[in-house]
Write a protein that binds this ligand. Structure first.
Ligand code: DGL
Length: 262
C-alpha cells in the first residue's frame, strides 16, 4: 500500500523544482510526474479551463494508483485544489505564493510577488494576500511570457533577461526587500534574478515547505514508504522530452522520461 507512488502534475517542467525537494526529503518514495506541457502556459487561461486540465491530470494520476497528489503548480492550486479535494478521495498537497514569511520578515514592508495571471487573479491568492496586507505593500507582477521561454528550454537568453528586467523594475523602484516566487517554473530563474535584483533582496519560494507538508501528511495517514530505498521516478510529458530531461537532470536506471500522446 505505502509503495504506491506520489503523483505530481504541473503545466510543464516547472514542478520538477518541487520534485527535487520531495526526492531529497523523501528518498524512499516512488514518484510519477505528469508534465502537461502541450497545454502550457496555464497562467494565461481562464479558471474553467485550468480546472478542466487539473481534473484531467488528476484522473490520469489516479489511474496509476497514486496515494497522494502534489499539485506542483501555483496556478492549478489556486484555481482548482478546492474542487479536487471535494471530488476525489485522496489527499492533495498544493503550492501557493509564500507571502506569509515575506510579510513577517520584511523590514521595508514592501514585498514583490511574481506569479502568473491565473494565480494573481484567483480568489485564493486574493484572500491570502489580504490576510497579510496590514501595513504591507504587495507589488504584484504577472510573469507573462516567462513560462513559454522556460518550456522552450530558453533560460539564459537575452529575451528572458529583458522580460525579467522589465518585471522587476517597479519592484526595485518600490524598494522591496523580499521577492516571492509564485510559480514553480521560476526557481530556475534565481541565478538570473540575483544579477538583476539589488543585494539584500531575499528570494522566497515554497518548494521546501511543500516537501515538508507532503512528508507530514503521508506520516499522519500512515502512507510513508518504509521499504528499502530503491525509489523509481517516472516522468511523462505531452511536450518536449528533451526539455523535460534537461530539467530533471541525470537520467539513471531509476529515473525515466517518457512521451505521451497530446
Ligand atoms: N508552474 C506553473 C505555476 O506554478 C506555471 C503556470 C503556467 O503554466 O502558466 O503557476
Amino acid at each position: 500500500m505505502e509503495e504506491r507512488p506520489i503523483g505530481m502534475f504541473d503545466s510543464g517542467v516547472g514542478g520538477t523544482s518541487i520534485w527535487k525537494e520531495i526526492r531529497t526529503l523523501l528518498p524512499r518514495e516512488n514518484i510519477i510526474y505528469l508534465a502537461d506541457s502541450a497545454n502550457a502556459p496555464y497562467g494565461e487561461k481562464g479558471p474553467e479551463e485550468i480546472l478542466r486540465l487539473s481534473v484531467k491530470n488528476t484522473e490520469w494520476l489516479l489511474e496509476r494508483d497514486c496515494k497522494i497528489i502534489v499539485v506542483a503548480c501555483n496556478t492549478a492550486t489556486t484555481n482548482a485544489i478546492a474542487h479536487l479535494r471535494k471530488h476525489y478521495p485522496i489527499p492533495f498537497i498544493g503550492i501557493e505564493p509564500a507571502i506569509k514569511p515575506a510579510a513577517l520578515n520584511s523590514r521595508t514592508k514592501k514585498v514583490g510577488v511574481l506569479a502568473t495571471h491565473g494565480t494573481l487573479s484567483s480568489a485564493l491568492f486574493h484572500s491570502t494576500s489580504q490576510m497579510h496586507a496590514a501595513g504591507l505593500e504587495i507589488v504584484e507582477q504577472d510573469g507573462k511570457g516567462l513560462v513559454p521561454l522556460l518550456e522552450a528550454g530558453q533560460l539564459h537568453g537575452p529575451e528572458m533577461r529583458k522580460l525579467l528586467e522589465l518585471y522587476l523594475r517597479p519592484m526595485i523602484q518600490a524598494n522591496i526587500d523580499y521577492l516571492v516566487l509564485g510559480c514553480t517554473h521560476y526557481p530556475y530563474l534565481v541565478p538570473l534574478l540575483r544579477t538583476i535584483l539589488p543585494q539584500g533582496v531575499t528570494i522566497i519560494d515554497s518548494g521546501a515547505a511543500v516537501a515538508r507538508q507532503t512528508k507530514k501528511v503521508l506520516g499522519q495517514l500512515g502512507l510513508l514508504n518504509l521499504t528499502a530505498p530503491d525509489s523509481r521516478h517516472a516522468f511523462y510529458t505531452n511536450g518536449s522530452k528533451t526539455v523535460l530531461e534537461h530539467f530533471v537532470g541525470p537520467i539513471s536506471k531509476n529515473v525515466s522520461v517518457s512521451s505521451l500522446p497530446l
